[in-house]
Design a protein around this ligand. Structure first.
Ligand SMILES: NC(=O)c1ccc[n+]([C@@H]2O[C@H](COP(=O)([O-])OP(=O)(O)OC[C@H]3O[C@@H](n4cnc5c(N)ncnc54)[C@H](OP(=O)(O)O)[C@@H]3O)[C@@H](O)[C@H]2O)c1
Length: 237
């Protein structure tokens, strides 16, 4: 997919944080981008700042609801007639020792971070087969490094990494590329963070956007399927 102009992208959880930063970069590169989030008003607001209605579409969808995801993809196909890139990015984190973890928090993470990634794929895979497109997941270094108070989040992100690698093996015969991106700390709104100077040492959302562009521009014969990316200087914390 070396010519990115007018290619159509769906980013789940693009109303803020990493998804929003990636959307900015892709729109700057001439792509058409649909972003989603749980409430239409919030997504529409984000879409308004990203660009005009030619290049941006706001979708209200909860990724843990398959019908929402199907309707979102249908809206994209109705508007632009194609879908080339899907970034399953929406995610949440609840951090506490496992003996304090409520079933509600556990299910919210599994339903969003893991089942949501599957539902996004399920809704978009036919369109991706048609376009010989690219499916990416936003996992985390928490998908390979476990830590105290992270059991639920670790379980989802280890799951996303395993899922994406197996999906890569299933879908490459259709000409679909599949990668998982595993960032360390990113300056986003994750866990109610308000990014400011204290986050300057972290990866910035637009850096993940650059990475996504690099992946998209890579020669069709070559596929980085699992990408770890981390702040260069965590000692600047
Ligand atoms: N920040 C980090 O340090 C970091 C590091 C590694 C990986 N990650 C991963 O990166 C991804 C993006 O997180 P972020 O850091 O950008 O966090 P964020 O700033 O909190 O953004 C999360 C996005 O996901 C959306 N979202 C949450 N639950 C959703 C649901 N059920 N359905 C649809 N959209 C939903 C939110 O939209 P609404 O609230 O508007 O619904 C928002 O747009 C997550 O998968 C996270 O685990 C983050």
């Amino acid at each position: 997919m070396q010519d990115l102009k007018n290619k159509v992208v769906y980013i789940t959880g693009g109303s803020k944080g990493i998804g929003y930063g990636v959307a900015q970069k892709l729109i700057d590169a001439g792509m058409r981008v649909a972003i989603s989030g749980r409430t239409l008003k919030t997504v529409e607001q984000a879409a308004y700042y990203l660009g005009d209605s030619e290049s941006v579409l706001a979708i209200a969808s909860n990724v843990s609801n398959l019908d929402d995801e199907k309707a979102g993809v249908e809206a994209i196909l109705e508007k632009w007639g194609q879908l080339d890139v899907v970034l399953a990015n929406a995610g949440v984190g609840h951090f506490m020792p496992i003996d304090e973890m409520s079933a509600e928090y556990w299910n919210n993470m599994i339903d969003t971070n893991l089942t949501g990634v599957f539902y996004t794929l399920k809704a978009s895979v036919d369109a991706l087969k048609k376009s010989k497109g690219y499916y990416m997941t936003l996992a985390s270094l928490a998908g390979t490094n476990f830590f105290a108070a992270g059991a639920g989040y670790n379980a989802t992100k280890f799951g996303v990494v395993g899922f994406t690698q197996a999906v890569m093996l299933d879908l490459r015969k259709y000409g679909i590329k599949v990668s998982t991106i595993m960032p360390g700390s990113v300056a986003s709104n994750f866990n109610n963070n308000e990014p400011d100077e204290k986050d300057a040492w972290k990866i910035q959302p637009e850096d993940i956007g650059e990475l996504v562009l690099d992946l998209l521009k890579m020669h069709p014969r070559t596929l980085p399927s699992k990408i770890e990316v981390r702040p260069t200087r965590p000692d600047k914390k």
